[in-house]
Design a protein around this ligand. Sequence first.
Ligand code: ADP
Ligand code: MG
Length: 272
Amino acid sequence: MSGTVTAEAARLPVLLTQLRLPTIARLWPAIAETADRESWPAARTLAALLEHEIAERAQRRIARHLLEARLPPGKTLDRFDFNAVASLSRARFMALAEGDAWLAQGTNILLFGPPGVGKSHLAAGLGHALIDAGYRVLFLRTTDLVQQLQTARQELKLATVIEKLDRYHMLILDDLSYVQKSQAETSVLFELISARYERRSMLITANQPFGAWNAIFPDPAMTVAAIDRLVHHAIILEMNTDSYRRRSAETRAAARQLTPQTEEPQLTHSGD
Ligand code: ADP
Ligand code: MG
């Protein structure tokens, strides 16, 4: 190796760090060696290095988005048993999981159903899938969100905080029905809904359908206005089945009674 090559090789780590190209910094010695040995044209070597950087950059971005999304772990769509919810079409839901048009229009998804039917699991599963497809998602318990927004309002930062939430293509508001208007001004929730209207999507899960939403917003007029905006572009899914949690516990109990001699039967769901 000539003196110049060595000097250049010595400078590379600094240059690559400055340009924030960690993958090339890691891989270039091996790729350069192959290129030298096989007499690759410079363009081929350069393309190989850049392709590796781009591929890993996409992976790093997805890993970052997954971390920031705060999704409940393990609740992915491939672990969701669609056969357990007759009212839900797996094909339709998988189409939603690709994102595209409905996210571009700021369409909302409203998931209604009693406790234990899999609303949070399904919401998180959709979140996981959208992140894999390159979107940004944030999963929040609605009561926590309302609290954060109220604090922001007290600090005169409500508009800034709502604007920051714009970076998420989909906000998941889990358990909207647990919000009480006694939680002081739930009008912060209305402001969020208005700000995202026709621009950015929300997925809302709730035990109670609209009829009971007067308990959430400060007055009936605001309830109507909030529902109006939410449903204008919305996909409404009702999950009116029995609790999956309870059903799987019952299946377990029944299986134990039927097969007292054998070992624990294999279940698809561990229960919690
Ligand atoms: P909800 O939010 O409607 O109260 P969850 O999503 O928390 O219900 O579901 C309760 C538990 O049952 C979770 O552990 C969830 O993973 C599981 N579960 C519910 N429905 C299904 C399903 N169809 N397939 C697999 N697991 C499910
Ligand atoms: Mg839930």
